[in-house]
Design a protein around this ligand. Structure first.
Ligand code: ATP
Length: 217
C-alpha cells in the first residue's frame, strides 16, 4: 500500500510538496485553517480539509496518528508550527518533517521531536549561489559538510577520452558513479567508456576537489 501523507499548511511550500507527492501517486491529505487555501488545493491532493493543527482534538479527529509522514509547512506562525509538531509527535506519528524560518526555530522544532527540519529559503539561496559560482554543476546533494555528489557538465577538452584516460581519481580525487546523457543514465560506467560531448558526470568527492574539477573550463 502507498504511504499516507498529510501536509499541514497549504502555502506555496506545503502545496508544492503535497502536489508532487500526489502526482507521484501517493495518498495526500492537505490541511489548512484558511478556507481559500483549502479550496485552491483541492485539485492537487486526495482530500483537503479546513482544520487548525494546534488543536489536539482536531488532530485526533482527523486520525493524524494513522499517517506515515506528516509535513508541517507552517512558517510565519512560529508558535503554531512548534505546537503542531509537538502534538503530532506525541500522538505517535513516526516521521514529522517541519519547515523552519530560521536557525532558532529549527532548533526548537528538533527539540520538540521533528525528525527532519527544512529551511526552504536558506537552502534555495545556497543552491542559487552555488549554481552562479559553478555554472557547470547542474545538481548536487550534500552528503556532509565537506563531501557531495554533483552532476557536472564535462569540459570540452575532456571529451572523446575514456574514463581511464581522464583518471579523475588520481587527478582530482573524485569517483565517477554514473554518466548521464540527456535522459539515459549509465550506472557504474566501465573505465573504457568514452566520454562524449554533452555528457554529464555524476561524481562523488570532497567539495574542494569537486570545485576544482567543475571550474576547469
Ligand atoms: P509559503 O511560504 O509556503 O507560501 P505562507 O507565506 O503562506 O507560506 P505561512 O505562515 O508559512 O505563510 O503559512 C503556510 C500555511 O499554513 C498558510 O496557508 C496558513 O493558513 C497555514 N496555517 C497557519 N497556521 C495553521 C494552523 N494552525 N493549522 C493549519 N494551517 C495553518
Amino acid at each position: 500500500m502507498a504511504d499516507q501523507f498529510a501536509v499541514i499548511g497549504l502555502g506555496r511550500f506545503g502545496l508544492s510538496i503535497a502536489r508532487s507527492l500526489f502526482e507521484s501517486g501517493q495518498e495526500v491529505l492537505g490541511v489548512d485553517v484558511n478556507e481559500e487555501r483549502v479550496e485552491n488545493a483541492h485539485p492537487y491532493v486526495t482530500h483537503a480539509i479546513i482544520a487548525d493543527s494546534t488543536d489536539e482534538e482536531t488532530l485526533k479527529s482527523i486520525g493524524i496518528r494513522n499517517f506515515d509522514t506528516v509535513i508541517v509547512a507552517i512558517g510565519n506562525d512560529i508558535q503554531a508550527s512548534i505546537l503542531s509538531v509537538l502534538m503530532i509527535k506525541e500522538l505517535g506519528v513516526k516521521k514529522v518533517i517541519a519547515k523552519a524560518l530560521n536557525k532558532l526555530h529549527g532548533q526548537v522544532l528538533t527539540k520538540v521531536g521533528a525528525d527532519w527540519v527544512v529551511f526552504p529559503e536558506r537552502d534555495m539561496g545556497i543552491r542559487v549561489a552555488h549554481q552562479l559560482l559553478s555554472p557547470n554543476v547542474l545538481n548536487f546533494i550534500e552528503l556532509s559538510k565537506d563531501y557531495s555528489v554533483e552532476e557536472i557538465k564535462i569540459p570540452e577538452q575532456m571529451t572523446d577520452k575514456t574514463l581511464r584516460e581522464l583518471d579523475l581519481r588520481a587527478k582530482f580525487n573524485l569517483s565517477v558513479i554514473a554518466i548521464r546523457h540527456e535522459n539515459d543514465i549509465n550506472i557504474s560506467p566501465s573505465p573504457d567508456k568514452i566520454i562524449d560531448q554533452g555528457d554529464v558526470l555524476v561524481v562523488i568527492g570532497e567539495n574542494r576537489d569537486l570545485e576544482r574539477f567543475a571550474n576547469l573550463q
